[in-house]
Write a protein that binds this ligand. Structure first.
Ligand code: GDP
Ligand code: MG
Length: 162
């Protein structure tokens, strides 16, 4: 079977932009308005000759009700059915309470988690990522999904974890 990589994180951190970067085409819907990806959307991906499925998810909002809660649930299902989880944080915002709550859910899943510090568009923002060690998920992988910075190294590490 083809291994599955789930991309999860708060709304607007750049999950869909990262998924597009990974699949090499603009297929996942990127929006300035949070909460556009409502489901789990799988895409075929390939890196260094290895095939895998990458799953885009709606933003995880644990404390929000109704529609947002359903989206959070979809993200949790994506985690349960993944071989590796890519957890995306916005380095321009830093770790929020919602990020911390998501980390608890990720711990319970016992899945391998790769921490991504997205929107590290320049060297100063890259340095900001050290604060994300506090999440306890190991080294933050600094990337700019928008510009492609760091995405090759991230893909190498995703494949290592598969
Ligand atoms: P999602 O809700 O987590 O899927 O986030 P999206 O991929 O839809 O992106 C939300 C917003 O963040 C969009 O305006 C993106 O263009 C922007 N964005 C995503 N990645 C980056 C990045 O690396 N740098 C910057 N500056 N903006 C980004
Ligand atoms: Mg999205």
């Amino acid at each position: 079977p083809v291994p599955v990589v789930a991309v999860v994180g708060r709304p607007n951190v750049g999950k869909s932009t990262l998924v597009n970067r990974i699949i090499g085409r603009r297929q996942a819907v990127v929006e300035d308005v949070p909460g556009v990806t409502r489901d789990r959307v799988p895409y075929d991906a390939q890196w260094n000759g290895r095939r895998f499925t990458v799953v885009d998810t709606g933003g995880w909002e644990p404390d929000a009700r109704d529609r947002a809660a359903a989206i959070a649930n979809q993200a949790e299902i994506a985690v349960q059915t993944a071989d590796v989880v890519v957890f995306v944080v916005d380095v321009t915002v830093g770790a929020t309470d919602v990020d911390e709550a998501a980390v608890k859910m990720l711990r319970r899943s016992h899945k391998p988690v790769i921490l991504v510090a997205n929107k590290a568009d320049n060297q100063n923002l890259e340095l900001e990522a050290v604060s994300l060690w506090s999440l306890g998920l190991g080294e933050p992988h600094t990337i700019s999904a928008l510009h492609g910075r760091g995405s090759g190294d991230l893909l190498d590490d995703i494949l290592k974890a598969l």
